[in-house]
Design a protein around this ligand. Structure first.
Ligand SMILES: N[C@@H](CCC(=O)N[C@@H](CS)C(=O)NCC(=O)O)C(=O)O
Length: 199
């Protein structure tokens, strides 16, 4: 059974992985780790992810330890031959939006999430810079979703990786989904999937 390493909170990065595991109907156990704890399980975790972040997984079936949510989603989709098309062009489209999240929305929302939850005294113009970047990402996704139901041709890991951020857009970035009608309808579509509702 796959082990999913978390730090106890149901963050958007963790949510991506619980959604795909549910979507693929793969049983998993959760192991909580503490980044700064100097104990046996922490040492074991740093062998799984030397960068010390969660989510990370260990799949005993293939003896594979993985970190970075995008890599985890790609691995699980590739292994199960689901949620990732086989044909080069549709596959590349999905990979493009997966990487867009890993390089853009994920890191920027991750920083906002950290600063807002930590309540650090960050100058407002720094926060605003992150919020403006997120608004620009939303506008890009909004245009991509014009006339289509999903980021690729069908529901895929590209949708799973971006969806969890939509839930906290308003709280973290002062962004109203209703200002992005295609994005709002897309998020509502994913909200209704059993795999999303059970996480
Ligand atoms: N790019 C990483 C981001 C992972 C990440 O930042 N995870 C947070 C929790 S949601 C974390 O582990 N924070 C603790 C730390 O950075 O020390 C991914 O997509 O998996």
């Amino acid at each position: 059974m796959i082990t999913l390493y978390t730090m106890g909170s149901d963050s958007p990065n963790i949510r991506k992985v619980t959604i795909i595991l549910n979507e693929l109907d793969l049983p998993f156990s959760i192991q909580h780790v503490q980044k700064h704890a100097d104990n046996e399980s922490d040492n074991e975790f740093l062998r799984v992810n030397p960068n010390g972040t969660v989510p990370a997984i260990y799949d005993p079936e293939t003896d594979t330890a993985l970190f970075e949510s995008g890599a985890i989603l790609y691995y699980l989709a590739h292994k199960s031959r689901q949620l990732l098309p086989d044909e080069p062009k549709p596959r590349a489209e999905v990979m493009k939006w997966l990487m867009f999240e890993s390089a853009n929305m994920g890191p920027v929302m991750g920083e906002l999430y950290y600063y807002i939850l930590a309540g650090d005294d960050l100058p407002e113009h720094y926060l605003q810079r992150y919020k403006d970047k997120v608004a620009n990402f939303c506008a890009i996704i909004e245009r991509r979703l014009e006339g289509r139901d999903y980021l690729g041709d069908v529901y895929s890991i590209a949708d799973i990786v971006l969806y969890p951020w939509t839930i906290i857009l308003e709280d973290m970035a002062d962004i109203l989904l209703s200002d992005y009608p295609n994005l709002e309808k897309w998020a509502a579509r994913i909200d209704q999937r059993p795999s999303t509702q059970s996480t």
